[in-house]
Write a protein that binds this ligand. Structure first.
Ligand code: ATP
Length: 448
């Protein structure tokens, strides 16, 4: 069970119409969508008639939903709908060319495979395993969006697929720098996104897998093994399978990491979004595996490209959201404690062995999985985000998941005290904390 975070948010802010006076109705023809970028101000929206969905989650008829500033999304209708928006948007336009039919066709095939898996004997691990789908593609190809749709459509039909997020850059389930998995038991909330309360989270600590490739791979393996064990005792989630979202780094080491993920999770369906070259490379390298399908899909014209600055800002919003909620409805708790009450560790770096102990001619390499204690007066601790590990001993840190995160707001070296924000009151579930390179300047954030 995850420790605090946005799971404590109330459901989507329904009914809180800002009453901007800028109300307009948009009539959508069948199989078309209204693409919206919310401005600096929240936006309200409701379905006046017909049916419509946001990334696979059907909108409740009549009820208004309020969307926070800067959100980018599309309201899609299969059969036609009239949508009312209340507020000023950054942009909004309708589009009738979408890849949605190809996406729903993929869903139909996955659905058939889930039914086959469910009908087969649960003693046979092969046939009782539902589809393990991995979504790959360059940055801004719509991977997270397709993942959401596939999960929401599956959940709408009563399946409980497992969502796996390997994208440390953005973090759909919890704060960036983590990899995580969670069962999806109902269509996703179009505003809140993925639930956190049942998530299994591993903290990598950096926004890019390249910072410590070996650690990233070790955590991916750890997560996959835990899920594998959970599937053994749970035929329902085994049949529902998984949908895995990946990062947009697809060249060089990034490509190797994709292959590593495909292999580690035993993916049976690889969905390649928006890149011919990646598709043919994967198709070629996986052709010997008869049980893996590699499928090419078009990127939606609605996907909004983000600069690295915008991505950095999005990461900060995610951290802010973890502690304060999507619309500042949560209040984190400030805690001051003695240096002695906590132990902070960092993973990676440091020499593996002295040169004298190595074969002649080889250089000492730093051990990427080495766990080293961090001095509490280390200046880098201030404003850093630390994960609260479930490890009981430091040497278990790499193989342990985390219960949540704290944010260091003050380090008082003279009094040997550290002050941090935590999402829940009371003592932390563990004294062992893990640092990475992720920091967050809350004071700057507050001015956004
Ligand atoms: N059809 C659409 N209409 C409007 N906005 C969309 C549409 N599809 C996706 N978006 C928006 O475009 C942005 C990028 O999409 P998404 O996050 O799915 O891409 P990605 O490939 O996962 O990106 P990353 O490489 O960062 O992981 C998101 O803000 C998403 O909500």
């Amino acid at each position: 069970m995850a420790y605090g975070g946005p799971s404590m948010n109330p459901p989507a802010m329904s009914g809180a119409v800002p009453g901007s006076g800028n109300i307009k109705q948009v009539k959508l023809e069948r199989e078309s969508e209204l693409r919206i970028e919310v401005s600096e101000e929240p936006l309200s929206l409701r379905v006046v008639n017909g049916t419509a969905e946001i990334f696979g989650s059907e909108l409740p008829p009549g009820n208004s939903l309020t969307f926070p500033p800067h959100l980018k999304f599309a309201v899609f209708t299969w059969y036609g709908a009239t949508i009312e928006i209340d507020g000023v948007t950054e942009t909004d336009y309708t589009a009738d060319e979408t890849p949605m039919v190809s996406y729903i066709n993929v869903h139909a095939i996955l659905d058939a495979r889930r039914r086959l898996a469910k009908a087969s004997s649960s003693d046979d691990p092969e046939s009782s395993q539902g589809p393990r789908v991995i979504v790959v593609g360059p940055t801004d190809s719509g991977k997270s969006t397709l993942t959401k749709m596939l999960l929401s459509w599956a959940a709408k039909q009563g399946w409980k697929p497992t969502f796996v997020d390997l994208d440390v850059g953005q973090g759909s389930i919890t704060i960036p720098g983590s990899i995580a998995a969670t069962p999806i038991e109902m269509p996703l909330d179009p505003v809140e996104g993925f639930p956190l309360d049942m998530a299994l989270v591993y903290y990598y600590g950096h926004a890019a897998p390249g910072n410590n490739v070996e650690l990233y791979k070790a955590l991916v393996k750890e997560l996959a093994q835990v899920l594998e064990r959970q599937f053994v005792g749970n035929p329902e989630s085994r049949a529902a399978g998984m949908v895995i979202n990946t990062m947009g780094w697809i060249d060089g080491v990034g490509y190797e990491l994709l292959l590593h993920a495909i292999d580690t999770f035993n993916a049976s369906v690889v969905l390649v979004l928006g890149q011919e070259k990646l598709f043919s490379m994967l198709k070629d390298v996986l052709k010997s595996k008869s049980n893996v399908d590699v499928v090419k899909l078009h990127k939606s014209g609605g996907v909004v490209a983000r600069t690295s600055k915008v991505r950095q800002r999005a990461r900060n919003y995610r951290i802010h959201e973890y502690f304060y909620g999507l619309s500042k409805e949560l209040s984190p708790y400030a805690n001051t404690t003695s240096f002695n009450d906590l132990q902070v560790f960092r993973i990676g770096g440091g020499p593996q062995a002295p040169k004298s102990a190595l074969p002649i001619g080889s250089d000492p390499v730093s051990n990427p999985l080495r766990v080293t204690p961090v001095n509490m007066d280390d200046r880098d601790l201030l404003h850093s985000v630390l994960a609260v590990s479930y490890a009981e001993e430091p040497d278990q840190i790499v193989s342990s998941n985390v219960s949540g995160f704290v944010y260091v707001t003050e380090v008082d070296v003279a009094r040997k005290k550290i002050t941090f924000l935590a999402p829940s009151p009371g003592i932390l579930p563990s004294k062992i904390l893990v640092a990475g390179s992720l920091s967050w300047l809350e004071s700057l954030e507050a001015r956004r």
